[in-house]
Design a protein around this ligand. Structure first.
Ligand code: UDX
Length: 446
């Protein structure tokens, strides 16, 4: 049995490598020749814990191969997963160009019956349209079926999530094809939900939107904590102990980023518009998040007025720890505003500095560690909760900075510890400590 994966981004690559690990013969295709060359040599183009080792192991045992030849990738495949990107169009809708191209190639070169499995996140109705399109391309003697199989893995824990998925969703209007895909997943031993195609497509968007809702909701509660003097850590803990609410995704902070939540919430909003349905909560979730992303900067402005010429260190660039991904990362927006302000900016991230350098070039100083980033700084912004940052010795802020003023967008430190280390420490949804400036009417007054 031959499996092919179209697209070697996070989802495609992790899926391909994990299916090889589970014992299948897998061919991964991508149009990016350089990426394919690197992957064929066992070099992983993305930072994903454990992926490179698994990639090398399966290249060596011959179960995994890479190609940029779409004919080779398509012709002998029994199962073809499509996991190409569906980026955001200017109007917020999902851009399906890569998907359409992949389908054209597959349809052109298929030489035997196959099941096409769409993993890319696509608007409701897309699978059906792709099925109809394929009927018009493939020769009459070849039977092709289309199955929706959305992906829920998280960056930074992709392998773990694949082998321990909470559920595998398989949407098929053809029972036989749905069962065949369910059989493919048997070695993973995870719960499988079989649905119709449209429901599967919507499960993906609804799940991401719901998680984004939890984050925006808790961020709103955090903002309310700042006004009322409550503490968001305790409030979230107390809420999360109710199993109906659940404790996950209740970490207040500087807002969600990444390649999925921002794009998928907007695409879902666009979809609802197309159906002339007003999904009010979704609109608010998006609005709250874009406001939240500005919060640390606004707080610094409130405390300092103008940031021009200030020495500023930004700790953490990736949209979350254990990834080098800076797409829609709150740090990127913060840095753009700091550049506008003409602040003097140093940054530190254990994995994402290279990607930030591609974006910001020499406008930033890229430090090798926290010490180097904060040395001589007036202000520190904490944007990503990498262990190197959360476990940093608080005494060193006072030692290395001019005056230790920390704006923490991820609530990394205990308030009492920050206070006793003498830091001016402003976090999210908690009282500000050691703020001794004249802030009588400010919510930063502590
Ligand atoms: C997400 C979904 O979790 C995954 O199921 C889907 O397949 C893709 O999108 P990912 O974007 O990799 O995964 O990361 P995730 O861990 O979900 O975090 C997304 C963003 O939300 C990050 O910016 C993170 O910092 C933020 N977040 C998460 C919070 O601000 N608070 C939380 O409590 C949880």
């Amino acid at each position: 049995m031959e499996i092919t994966i179209f697209g070697t981004g996070y989802v495609g690559l992790v899926t391909g490598v994990c299916f090889a690990e589970a014992g299948y013969n897998v061919t991964c295709f991508d149009i990016d020749e350089r990426k394919i060359t690197a992957l064929s040599q066992g070099r992983c183009p993305i930072y994903e814990p454990g992926l490179e080792e698994m990639l090398k192991r399966n290249l060596e045992n011959g179960r995994l191969q890479f190609t940029y030849d779409s004919r080779l990738a398509s012709k002998n495949a029994d199962y073809i997963f499509i996991a190409v990107g569906t980026p955001e169009n200017e109007d917020g809708s999902a851009n399906l160009e890569f998907l359409e191209d992949a389908v054209d190639q597959i349809g052109k070169y298929l030489s035997r019956d196959a099941v096409i499995i769409i993993k890319s996140t696509v608007p409701v109705g897309t699978n059906q349209r792709i099925y109809q399109k394929l009927q018009g391309i493939v020769p009459d003697n070849i039977q092709v079926k289309v199955v929706s199989n959305p992906e829920f893995l998280r960056e930074g824990s992709g392998i773990l999530d694949t082998f321990h998925a909470d559920r595998i969703v398989i949407g098929a209007d053809d029972n036989e094809a749905g069962r065949a895909v369910a059989d493919l997943y048997k070695p993973f031993g995870r719960p499988i939900l079989q649905t119709d195609v449209r429901s599967a497509e919507l499960i993906k968007y609804a799940s991401n939107a719901f998680l984004a809702t939890k984050i925006s909701f808790i961020n709103e509660v955090a903002n309310l904590c700042e006004h009322t003097g409550a503490n968001i850590e305790d409030v979230a803990k107390g809420m999360g102990m109710d199993v109906r609410i659940g404790s996950q995704f209740l970490r207040a902070g500087i807002g969600y980023g990444g390649s999925c939540f921002p794009k998928d919430t907007k695409a879902l909003e666009k979809l609802t518009e197309d159906y002339e349905y007003d999904f009010k909560i979704l609109r608010s979730v998006i609005e709250v998040n874009s406001r939240q992303k500005q919060q640390l900067f606004e707080k610094a402005r409130e405390l300092f007025g103008n940031l021009q010429g200030k020495r500023v260190a930004v700790l953490g660039l990736a949209f979350k720890p254990h990834t080098d991904d800076i797409r829609e990362a709150p740090a990127v927006e913060l840095i753009a505003r700091l550049i506008e302000e003409q602040a003097d900016i140093s940054v530190y991230d254990p994995a994402a500095s290279g990607n930030a350098a591609d974006l910001f070039g020499s406008r930033l100083y890229y430090a090798e560690n926290v010490d180097a980033a904060i040395k001589g700084a007036d202000i520190v912004f904490i944007v990503t909760e990498w262990p190197q940052i959360t476990q940093y010795d608080l005494e060193r802020f006072s030692l290395l900075m001019r005056e230790p003023v920390i704006f923490d967008g991820r609530n990394c430190y205990d308030l009492a510890n920050a206070e006793s280390a003498g830091l001016t420490y402003v976090s999210v949804g908690r009282k500000a400590v050691n703020v001794n400036r004249n802030l009588e009417n400010s919510r930063l007054r502590g």
